[in-house]
Every structure is written in C-alpha cells, then in structure tokens.
Design a protein around this ligand. Structure first.
Ligand SMILES: [Zn+2]
Ligand SMILES: [Zn+2]
Length: 127
C-alpha cells in the first residue's frame, strides 16, 4: 500500500506478531482495524481506549482517505494530558499514525513502560 502522507510505497513490518505498514520516508504507520488492540497487551487499558474510540469524543473531519474504502477518515483526539490526534476510518478499517504517534498512543494507554511492545518499538525506531 502507499503512504497516506507522502504516497511512497510502504514496507510491512512485524511488530509483536502484528503486521504493520510502515513508511520509510516519513515514519507514518497504518494499522488495520483491531491491530492496535493486539499490540497493547494490557486488557483494562485497551477497554478504556476502545470506549474512548467508540464514544468518538473530540472527532473532527479529516483530510486523509482510508486506503480500504477511500472514504475520508476522521480525526480523533485521545489522551487526557498528552493529547494525540490520529486519523481513523469511521468504518473501522484502520488507523493512521504520523511519525511517533503510535509510540505516544501506546505510552498513553500502556502504563507498563517496560512492556514488550515498548521494547520492540524502541528497537525498531532506534529510540
Ligand atoms: Zn510517508
Ligand atoms: Zn475505511
């Protein structure tokens, strides 16, 4: 698939047994619907996050199109103090993260900073 941001072909990376599309050019990441829940291992935190998503609070029309259905995605603001705005397909096809946004989202919802997915992200993106 092509990057939603810079239109370069994306590479597929495996992260915690989840295949993610990653843009080497701009650092953007596409996760198919349901993959974020697999990446974040803490079930209670995931429930909280899904409730946030379902409530769709602080959504705004976005400008990017879903690569699956080509409909315009919506911008969702998540987090209490550290806010991150991500693009989500309203039909649950997936979520787009700009550079570093996936890490920020995982840090908001996964309070265990030494979890496997944190380590993997650090290794993968050299942070
Ligand atoms: Zn890109
Ligand atoms: Zn879609």
């Amino acid at each position: 698939m092509k990057c939603l941001n810079c239109k370069e072909p994306m590479v597929v990376l495996e992260l915690n047994q989840v295949e993610v599309d990653y843009c080497l050019e701009c650092g953007g990441i596409w996760l198919d619907g349901g993959e974020l829940e697999i990446l974040i291992e803490e079930p209670a935190e995931v429930k909280e996050m899904l409730a946030d998503f379902a409530a769709g609070r602080e959504t705004a029309p976005g400008s990017r199109k879903c690569p699956v259905c080509r409909k315009k995605m919506e911008l969702v603001t998540i987090g209490e103090k550290e806010k991150v705005q991500i693009d989500r397909c309203g039909r649950h096809h997936g979520i787009w993260f700009d550079k570093n946004e996936l890490e920020e989202v995982i840090e908001i919802f996964d309070r265990n900073r030494n979890s496997k997915v944190h380590r993997l992200l650090k290794e993968m993106f050299n942070k």
